[in-house]
Design a protein around this ligand. Structure first.
Ligand SMILES: Nc1ncnc2c1ncn2[C@@H]1O[C@H](COP(=O)(O)OP(=O)(O)OP(=O)(O)O)[C@@H](O)[C@H]1O
Length: 338
């Protein structure tokens, strides 16, 4: 039976009212996250990944600058319709978020224990003693040695990796249905990074949590994600399974990203492919395909007309006018290699 989505975005748009006019940083994003699934979100800097996740949590300034359109459905309920106090209950209880920089989310003047306990007591009906027990359990679960001792320490007394684990412990302490992880391991060294990713996958499988994993690192995507969306200038340009992303990327932008993955072994000496050009700015969004100025396939059609996201066989979705041409090239490639 097809799993029901935990979280579904339907044509989400996030607009900022600025001195330069109205800028649309997220422009019609739709996707689903199912129970126990890890959805990767990739794309170059500035393509709207963080604005999208902050929109899901409704963390942006709605009073003065930000305007949303579309739907963010959690179990069928549109989060964009909720009054802020209700939304605050959703945060931490149903959806949690972990950020790139752990120190920005940990309070330097409170001990680790107090911060986790406070999060637990804010979201669950438990007394202090029970909250302490749960906090220790969570630190143990997340692989922090001597959790009783760590509870009494302040954030600055912990290494970067430990701080990140504490933040993950806090995010998971209420067993959210959905976890949004925004570049959670970028600032960490490779060994710690691998340990934290293992932990996240383990918890995702054990707790059945849906995860939205935002990253620049396609190697990480290949290791942990089930499906991936590729974003470009506020839109999804490709959505596919992780297997297909690497074996059969179709959008020219996705192909460029895959080619620019640094090779650790093999291919040594081969020049790293960089996608030429830069992402257009939000106050100068092209009227045609947003990737056209950097695309080797682009012609007049692309420059004049914006392509829709098309669904292909295997539920792969691609926003490009030249899918057939690209598919033919792929076929050719397979003929030679098979
Ligand atoms: N408050 C704001 N007002 C106006 N524009 C904003 C605001 N916040 C973000 N933007 C713009 O929205 C676009 C998307 O930014 P966002 O931070 O989501 O990109 P990103 O893909 O997460 O990049 P990175 O990978 O570097 O974190 C950028 O052009 C950014 O300048």
């Amino acid at each position: 039976m097809e799993k029901q989505p935990l979280l579904e975005l339907k044509n989400l748009k996030t607009h900022f009212h600025t001195d330069d006019g109205k800028l649309t940083a997220v422009d019609g994003i739709s996707f689903q996250v199912k129970k126990g699934e890890i959805l990767g979100v990739v794309g170059e800097s500035g393509c709207g990944k963080s604005v999208m996740s902050q929109s899901i949590m409704r963390l942006l300034d709605e009073k003065y600058t930000t305007e949303y359109e579309g739907e963010i459905l959690l179990h069928g309920e549109n989060l964009l319709d909720l009054p802020m106090p209700n939304m605050q209950k959703i945060r931490g209880n149903d959806i949690s978020m972990i950020f790139q920089d752990p120190l920005s989310s940990l309070n330097p003047v409170y001990t680790i224990g107090d911060q986790i306990k406070e999060t637990i007591m804010l979201h669950q009906k438990v007394n202090k003693k029970e909250a302490t027990k749960k906090a220790i359990e969570m630190l143990r679960l997340i692989g922090i040695p001597s959790p009783e001792k760590r509870m009494k320490e302040y954030p600055h007394q912990l290494s970067g990796g430990m701080q990140q684990r504490v933040m993950i412990a806090m995010a998971l302490s209420c067993q959210p249905k959905v976890l949004i992880a925004d570049e959670p391991t970028t600032a960490l060294d490779v060994t710690i990074q691998a340990q934290i990713l293992d932990l996240m996958v383990d918890l995702n499988q054990r707790l059945g949590m849906g995860v939205i994993f935002i990253t620049h690192d396609l190697n990480v995507v290949s290791e942990i994600c089930d499906r991936v969306i590729v974003m470009y200038l506020g839109q999804v340009v490709e959505e596919t399974t992780t297997d297909h992303l690497f074996s059969k990327p179709l959008h020219p932008y996705t192909k460029g990203l895959i080619k620019s993955i640094p090779q650790i072994d093999g291919d040594r000496g081969k020049e790293l492919h960089m996608i030429e050009g830069t992402v257009p700015s939000l106050n100068n969004v092209p009227k045609g395909c947003r990737f056209a100025s950097r695309c080797p396939f682009a012609d007049d059609l692309c420059k004049e007309n914006a392509p829709e996201l098309r669904t292909l066989e295997g539920n792969q979705k691609v926003r490009c006018w030249h899918i057939e041409k690209i598919l033919q090239e792929e076929e050719g490639k397979y003929d030679i290699t098979s």
